[in-house]
Design a protein around this ligand. Structure first.
Ligand code: AMP
Length: 624
């Protein structure tokens, strides 16, 4: 461990990445395979491989006390040293006494970490930590504590350790990255690299892998600037989850790679019927199911199979389904509702009934023995559609579970069935049970900024956060935040503004005045602050067009006539936006990002509109 700590000090001593990876590579090569494997895990700032859920559960306070005790120092001394370093590991390195015979190997440290994790109760854990630290040299203790607190602070990320492994064992970085991604274990990756077998790394089900992340965008134009074909989905406000399915067994993992199946006992059944082993990516949300149980089931199944309507559905349902499937599936409830379901080991029947959830699947990483991450999204999307449509009908499965384990019963009606015979009755199943659903996230297409804005408004009207815009040609890159997935989120605030000028629209909106320039008050003067062209219904736009044509003000700039019309400042709109910036595009000195019309405010007169002071307030609040 002393060697690892010395390497750590050298790594911390340089900011050059190449030097850092060189030091790690040399260190790893100088160790035995076992020691190098454990060290690779430690150097990426972890006590255990990423896929493992093992944690030591030893609090910072307890560590602090142990260090103080072993150093025979007061809390004040420790605080003084902590102020200088801001890192308990460094404090320990400075104040712990050096004694003869100290020294532990990296393998001994690993064994001790596992013992600590397995020990029950804070006292037993603390005794083991005390023993480990007292056996270590002060420098070793410094690194042991850094690893225990999960923060090495030597400017070394796992990606640099991957780089070092590639250098040490003559492999390519992509080979190492891929193996590490599949295994979720940098130590195991190192072993394969050493044996020249990196390409043998296989996907391991029930070992969560990294999640692909999205980058925020600043404008709708930006949303379409990185790729030619975009898949657009609602951005649901829940928690990200990776579902692993094999032979009817289902587990869900969170973004922190923790298993969260226990918190959602109703979800596994919904996926257990998959025809193939699979890993799906999606979002768990609190879900408001349509009133009638049969509606949900039919619409979910129908959406999964891609059919546009169902024979048994009423006319009304058919129309609605065609109009907007995303709404018919039910809708997401706010995150604050889901929050009540998080972090629970036991979920009461009441909770299950009052806060049902759904798993909204939007990607597939693995299915039927094949790793799909390198395939383009357009192919993965097709595979996901197929997988979910082939799955066995959910509520049968739930009922089966109910028969096997009555305690797992998921009955969403007020009165619970009395006995099993009732449960076995098919009609009863359909009428009384509602399986938690796995819903294929509806995918839209957009090829213009205007279409994107319309989708954004529709997503928000469904109560969702915004949009995810995804490159149909992109592969799935775990743990990376790139430009293949873009996110467009909820507004920052809304302003009531007065329309000062209008323009004819484009595309579908040719011939109607649909683009509005609007202003806020600066004293008794209106100053323009933005322009928006979405959010109103066609009927509203038609009515507004009529009104504006009757209330134009002759423009001094005659060339602009017919294109941009100045109008009497009477119409008040509520506009939402995501961001505000300083800009000289408009007189107000500000511009809005993603401005969109939330609604007309016929209840307000122009004098009631917002002021430049309020705009400034919003701008300043956002800067905080
Ligand atoms: P953020 O948390 O703001 O970085 O936004 C990215 C997150 O949005 C993802 O990690 C998911 O948890 C969530 N999300 C919601 N809907 C989707 C979707 N359709 N596709 C991908 N991610 C989504």
């Amino acid at each position: 461990m002393q060697r690892l700590a010395i390497a750590g000090e050298a790594i911390a001593g340089t900011t050059k990445k190449l030097l850092k990876t060189g030091i790690v590579a040399d260190y790893l090569k100088s160790r035995t395979e076992d020691e190098a494997a454990v060290s690779a895990v430690f150097l990426s700032g972890r006590a255990f491989p990423a896929w493992e859920e093992t944690t030591m559960q030893i609090g910072g306070r307890a560590l602090w006390r142990i260090v103080a005790e072993l150093a025979e120092k007061s809390e004040t001394d420790l605080t003084e040293s902590y102020r200088r370093h801001g890192d308990l590991g460094a404090v320990a390195g400075e104040i712990l006494p050096e004694r003869a015979g100290q020294g532990v190997s990296a393998l001994e440290v690993e064994a001790a970490f596992r013992q600590i994790a397995a020990a029950r109760g804070p006292a037993a854990k603390a005794a083991l930590v005390r023993d480990l630290i007292s056996r270590a040299t002060p420098l070793e203790a410094k690194y042991i504590i850094k690893i225990m607190t999960g923060d090495l602070r030597i400017g070394l990320k796992e990606s640099l350790v991957e780089d070092a492994i590639a250098r040490a064992y003559a492999a390519t970085l992509p080979q190492v990255q891929r193996a590490n991604m599949l295994l979720g274990d940098i130590g195991q990756t190192l072993r394969l690299a050493l044996e020249g077998k990196l390409d043998d790394a296989q996907m391991r089900l029930f070992h969560p892998i990294g999640f692909m992340l999205a980058s925020p965008i600043e404008s709708t134009e930006e949303g379409l600037s990185y790729f030619s074909e975009a898949a657009v989905e609602d951005k649901y406000d829940g928690i990200r989850a990776q579902a692993h399915v094999a032979n009817g067994e289902v587990k869900f993992f969170s973004r922190t790679r923790d298993e969260i199946t226990e918190s959602f006992p109703e979800l596994p059944d919904a996926l257990a019927g998959l025809e193939q082993d699979a890993i799906l990516d999606g979002e768990i949300v609190a879900w408001e199911y349509p009133r009638n149980i049969r509606d949900t089931q039919e619409v979910v199944d129908e959406a999964a199979s891609g059919a546009s309507s169902d024979e048994n559905a009423s006319e009304d349902e058919k129309t609605r389904a065609d109009e907007d499937k995303a709404v018919n599936l039910g809708r997401a409830r706010p995150f604050s509702v889901l929050q009540q379901r998080l972090g629970r080991k036991k979920v009461s029947e009441k909770m299950l009934r009052e806060i049902p959830v759904a798993f909204l699947a939007f990607d597939v990483l693995y299915a039927g023995g094949e790793l799909l991450m390198d395939r383009p999204l357009r192919e993965r999307a097709g595979i996901l559609d197929g997988l979910l449509s082939e799955r066995k009908v959910i509520h049968h499965r739930v009922t089966e579970t109910q028969r096997n384990a009555k305690q797992a019963r998921l009955v969403f009606e007020d009165s619970e069935p009395e006995d099993d015979s009732e449960l076995e009755h098919p009609e009863h199943e359909e009428n009384q049970t509602r399986a938690a659903s796995v819903i294929r996230v509806p995918v839209f297409r957009a090829s213009s900024a205007e279409e994107l804005e319309d989708l954004f408004v529709a997503a928000q009207a469904r109560g969702n956060e915004g949009l995810m815009i995804k490159d149909l040609d992109s592969s799935y890159t775990p743990g990376k935040r790139g430009k293949a997935w873009l996110k467009m989120k909820r507004e920052l605030a809304t302003l009531d503004v007065v329309v000062t000028a209008v323009e004819y629209g484009h595309g579908r909106r040719i011939g109607v005045l649909s683009d509005y320039t609007f202003a806020v008050w600066d004293g008794d003067k209106l100053v323009n602050i933005g322009k928006a062209y979405s959010g109103l219904t066609d009927v509203e736009i038609a009515e507004m067009t009529q009104w504006f044509l009757e209330h134009t003000i002759p423009d001094r700039n005659s060339e602009a006539q017919g294109f941009r019309l100045q109008v009497e400042p009477k119409i008040v709109l509520e506009v939402a936006f995501n961001n505000m910036m300083r800009s000289d595009r408009h007189e107000s000195g500000y511009a809005l990002r993603f401005p969109r019309i939330v609604r007309l405010r016929p209840d307000k007169s122009a004098e009631d509109a917002d002021t430049i002071e309020r705009a400034r307030e919003i701008f300043e609040r956002q800067a905080k």
